[in-house]
Design a protein around this ligand. Structure first.
Ligand SMILES: Cc1cc2nc3c(=O)[nH]c(=O)nc-3n(C[C@H](O)[C@H](O)[C@H](O)COP(=O)(O)OP(=O)(O)OC[C@H]3O[C@@H](n4cnc5c(N)ncnc54)[C@H](O)[C@@H]3O)c2cc1C
Length: 267
């Protein structure tokens, strides 16, 4: 690891000022992704700006059909929140599947959504629920936010403050985890929203994506069998030592059917 400055601002405005003053600074969330990157000398920030204590980035609130979660909220706190469990049980369930207890007790919602790992879980819920990413500068719809492999609409110096999830009529998540890391080999988040069905897939492609053909099929029937024969182009999916494209395409279909199976009888 290179020598660097660790700073802990007292407010969101102070954090933004630090980023503006030091273009090589990096925000520090739970450090679950960033710290290993530093240890491997893959990044060399001048400052680590620790935003985990900022009051503006904390809190879980539910009102008027929305669930708002502060960016510094840890995965464990989402998984065990009675408010999240009541409003969007599938989101609490998803958070409880992330990594291991150590990762869940340090990793944050904002860090995960900012990082946008193609196999991360939260992006599937954020896209599947048509959430809004609220930063210190603007609000970004999930459909505009995720831009492929580790790429997002975030600009330099932009800080995720919270994520606002519209409460769906029902939602469910099914994931096939990598046995070593727990990351998704394929994860499918299915949501029945006021605007229709949404199906978001993580782990299988170069970034989270909506499986629109499945959404169209589910508009006619919510039975898992409705997904038989629905187009999913394996050529667009990832291939590595863990799984071929075709295997991942099959996993996506299986996970989508499992999620649909769970949808019945759940919110
Ligand atoms: C062993 C292991 C297993 C894991 N398994 C899973 C898994 O199964 N599923 C899964 O989804 N994830 C998994 N993760 C990743 C984990 O969820 C991390 O929490 C997440 O990737 C990053 O969150 P963080 O809070 O630790 O962010 P950090 O590592 O602190 O930061 C990550 C990036 O986001 C930026 N950032 C942080 N917060 C903000 C913010 N508020 N606004 C803007 N930018 C910000 C940082 O500058 C950095 O670039 C795993 C990690 C490990 C180490």
């Amino acid at each position: 690891m290179y020598a660097l400055n660790y700073v802990r601002p007292g407010s969101l405005a102070e954090a933004a000022k630090l980023l503006a003053a030091h273009p090589e600074a990096k925000l520090l969330g739970g450090g679950m992704t960033l710290v290993p990157t530093l240890k491997q000398r893959l990044a060399k920030p001048s400052h680590l700006v620790d935003i985990t204590q900022l009051p503006e980035l904390h809190g879980i609130r539910a009102a008027k059909g929305r669930l708002e979660i502060g960016a510094a909220t840890k995965h464990h706190d989402v998984a065990t929140s009675s408010m999240v469990r009541r409003a969007v049980p599938a989101l609490a369930y998803l958070a409880g599947l992330i990594g291991d207890p150590q990762v869940r007790n340090l990793g944050t919602l904002g860090g995960s959504v900012a990082n946008n790992d193609p196999a991360a879980d939260y992006p599937a819920a954020v896209l599947g629920l048509a959430a809004t990413i609220v930063t210190n500068k603007r609000e970004i719809a999930a459909d505009d936010y995720f831009q492929g492999l580790f790429a997002t609409a975030l600009e330099e110096g932009e800080i995720i403050v919270r994520v606002v999830f519209p409460v769906p009529k029902r939602a469910a998540y099914a994931k096939f985890p990598h046995p070593a890391s727990g990351y998704a080999m394929a994860g499918v988040f299915v949501a029945r929203t006021g605007e229709g069905m949404r199906v978001a897939v993580t782990g299988a492609g170069p970034g989270v994506f909506r499986w629109r053909e499945a959404e169209a099929a589910l508009a006619k029937s919510l039975r898992p069998a409705a997904l038989e024969g629905v187009a999913l182009d394996a050529a667009e999916l990832n291939e590595d030592i863990h799984a071929s494209r075709e295997y991942r395409a099959n996993l996506v279909r299986v996970m989508a059917k499992r999620a649909l199976g769970k949808l019945s009888g759940r919110k």
